[in-house]
Ligand binder design. Structure first.
Ligand code: BLA
Length: 512
């Protein structure tokens, strides 16, 4: 039932993960109103660091000292990184401890991790020459010339630095599913390399949050969460934990990780050109304890990769833009010599198809059809152009699977999908690129069609219980049209419209 399925997806997306009101076991959160010199929120275990007497009536300046509070505040406000900033905190008792600080909704928020009482099986490697180790790591990544080996090199460096049981580089695909594109994993664990994960494993709000806070650390999937207490004047308004390091994760996600056999996880978001490209996802079989410094080192490696990816993307874009500009120039030159610009365009179909990775191209212009390569018959091209005009106005439309309602327009089965660029606002002129049909085998990590849980009234999606390879064979589709290709097609459409208008005026002036 689709509507029930959609409802379940919506329920996942609606979960306010940042307002959960709890922090992870063994972590302490302290939220301070600096101006009023008052504590506003304290995790229920805060007396472990503040001392037994400190409650909401105490003065934060009295506890931390004026100098320390203003240092925290300054460091938090001048920070331009995503998420909280690393600091050293001196509590009333004991030595300075590493912690995190940030400002949210006008409150200064401090976090630190208490000495864990869970099984300390995870030991991060601590080479005393870690600065050399980092530089060496950066260099090993830099010298890789192709994407696959670069990703693998990053996975290896993260693996060495964090001493995890599994490190995956997870890339988001245009349809929001994701694929493990590089992996390091211990010998006795099942590899996940090459497996596909459905979009619903990471709902939209969890993705969006990565742009604000690019590290997600889960110390232990079975840890008892610590509730937040609030001052009387807060009136139970939940604290926004978006930028916290130790926010308690959503229960559904913890269940997911437990089903995967994971005890602790560290996830660092790969943000390239302002967009979430993918994740470095690190799993450990037992609880995970990563020092603040180690977290920052892993984050630096992730940023290094993200910058390299941006560079590679820019290079590809530049190459495509140059190719696009060359085609436009050629077209403009030719059109000034002949008014048969449609034939000129057709003679360039090889270049155009190569640019957009298409197998055929049709132009429908003033009720005439010009085609080259893998295309349907002229009647079908005309029908597509007409339906495109009705559907979109002037933005291109893409199909990787011929939609069912097109069954009336006879397209040969060899064609899997098309990209249609309208060339006019008021006529059905269009340029259409076709891609051949392909049959692909997708290896999902478990059956992506998850069970619905109806026990609580509203339908809820349950995390998968099995991640065993589940193979799906999809036919009748073509390769996805990427956002870059769509952008390029918009440029081509705009150039064509310009050229057509120019040619029209040129002819008019010659006739005059
Ligand atoms: C969060 N799910 C996540 C995150 C990842 C995944 C990486 C964010 C990082 C984190 O919080 O640790 C999924 N982890 C993966 C995948 C791989 C991996 C795909 O390592 C691949 C190797 N999850 C479900 C269902 C729902 C769901 C059915 O399976 C919803 C009903 C929700 N996932 C969900 C939620 C979060 C999440 C709510 C956010 C957790 C949080 O930050 O509180």
């Amino acid at each position: 039932n689709t509507t029930e399925w959609e409802q379940a997806l919506q329920n996942c997306a609606d979960e306010k993960i940042q307002l959960i009101g709890q922090v992870q076991a063994n972590s302490v959160l302290i939220a301070i109103d600096v101006e009023a010199d008052r504590f506003k929120y304290l995790s229920a275990n805060a007396s472990a660091v503040l001392g037994p007497d400190t409650f909401f009536e105490a003065s934060p300046v009295g506890v931390f000292g004026e100098g320390q509070i203003s240092m925290f505040h300054r460091r938090a406000r001048s920070w331009r990184g995503r998420g909280p900033r690393m600091v050293e905190i001196l509590f009333p008792y004991g030595p300075p401890v590493p912690g995190w600080v940030h400002v949210r909704d006008g409150l200064l928020i401090l976090e630190t991790e208490l000495k864990s009482n869970v099984e300390e099986a995870h030991q991060e490697q601590d080479p005393d020459d870690w600065e050399d180790a980092m530089r060496d790591g950066f260099h090993r990544v830099e010298i890789c010339t192709d994407l696959a080996s670069k990703l693998k090199a990053v996975a290896t460096e993260v693996w060495k630095l964090g001493n995890f049981d599994r490190v995956m580089i997870y890339q988001f695909l245009p349809d929001d599913t994701g694929e493990v594109v590089a992996e390091e994993v211990r010998d006795d664990w099942e590899p996940y390399f090459g497996l596909r994960y459905p979009a619903s494993d990471i709902p939209p709000q969890a993705r969006a949050l990565f742009l604000e806070n690019d590290i997600r650390l889960i110390n232990h999937v079975v840890g008892e969460p610590v509730p937040l207490l609030s001052a009387a004047d807060v009136n139970d308004k939940p604290l926004d934990l978006s930028l916290c390091r130790y926010r308690q994760p959503a229960a559904v996600h913890l269940e997911y990780l437990r089903n995967m056999g994971v005890g602790g996880s560290f996830v660092s978001a790969i943000i390239s050109e302002g967009k979430l490209w993918g994740l470095i996802s690190c799993h450990h079989g037992t609880g995970l304890h990563l020092s603040a410094v180690r977290q920052m080192q892993l984050s630096a490696l992730t940023t290094h990769l993200a910058l390299e990816l941006s560079g590679m993307a820019r290079e590809l874009r530049l190459r495509d833009e140059l190719a696009g500009a060359r085609i436009a120039n050629k077209l403009i030159q030719c059109v000034t010599m002949t008014d048969d610009w449609a034939s000129v365009l057709l003679s360039m179909s090889g270049d155009l198809c190569q640019l957009l990775h298409a197998d055929g191209m049709s132009l429908h212009f003033q009720d005439q059809t010009y085609s080259s390569g893998l295309v349907p018959d002229p009647g079908a091209v005309a029908a597509l152009a007409k339906s495109g005009m009705e559907r979109t106005g002037s933005t291109p439309i893409t199909y990787q699977r011929i939609p069912d309602d097109k069954a009336t327009i006879a397209l040969p089965p060899e064609i899997g999908g098309y990209l249609l660029i309208p060339l006019s606002h008021f006529r059905d002129d269009a340029l259409i690129f076709f891609r051949k049909e392909q049959t692909v085998k997708i290896k999902w990590a478990g059956d992506p069609v998850k069970g619905l849980d109806r026990s609580s009234g509203a339908p809820r999606l349950k995390p998968r219980a099995s991640f065993e390879v589940w193979q799906e064979t999809v036919s009748g589709t073509c390769e996805l049209w990427t956002p870059e290709e769509v952008k390029l097609s918009i440029q081509i459409g705009a150039t064509l419209s310009d050229v057509v208008i120019t040619a029209h005026h040129f002819r008019k002036s010659m006739e005059a």
